[in-house]
Design a protein around this ligand. Structure first.
Ligand SMILES: [Fe+2]
Ligand SMILES: [Fe+2]
Length: 138
């Protein structure tokens, strides 16, 4: 079973965003664990809704952090595109599961964990470096 360990190597140096990354990682891990345990559909749907809601809240906070610097950040648009892709590419299979009785597989959840980690390690870290260069740390 794969779990994503949130550790210092994943921190981007903006305290509130690091806290949210840790929290969403924990929710995704909880979903993964519940799925592997064969947990009832109703419980899985509750966790999927939490992932979806929390991701919306988190991406909105990042957008607000970046907003004052949109013309200075070269990868701002690409970053926004990746946030949109989270709902279609990374958790599209989970959102379909909410609507109809489609299957979830461990491979899909692995893909989600990889997607989430890669986004933090690349886009979010770049954003963190930029914001810290402008004196933003919390
Ligand atoms: Fe993020
Ligand atoms: Fe992001």
């Amino acid at each position: 079973m794969k779990q994503l360990q949130f550790d210092d190597s994943m921190k981007i140096g903006i305290a509130s965003l690091d806290a949210q990354h840790e929290e969403l990682t924990a929710i995704i891990n909880e979903l993964y664990y519940a799925y592997m345990q064969g947990t009832h559909r109703e419980v899985l749907c509750g966790l999927i809704t939490r992932v979806n809601d929390y991701a919306h809240e988190h991406f909105e906070l990042e957008r607000r952090y970046m907003e004052p610097f949109v013309f200075e950040m070269p990868d701002y648009m690409a970053h926004m595109d990746e946030h949109r892709a989270f709902f279609t590419d990374a958790i599209g299979f989970l959102l379909r599961y909410l609507e109809e009785d489609t299957a979830i597989t461990a491979e899909m959840l692995d893909f989600l964990l990889d997607w989430w980690k890669n986004h933090i390690m690349k886009r979010d870290k770049e954003m963190g470096r930029f914001l810290r260069s402008r004196g933003v740390t919390v």
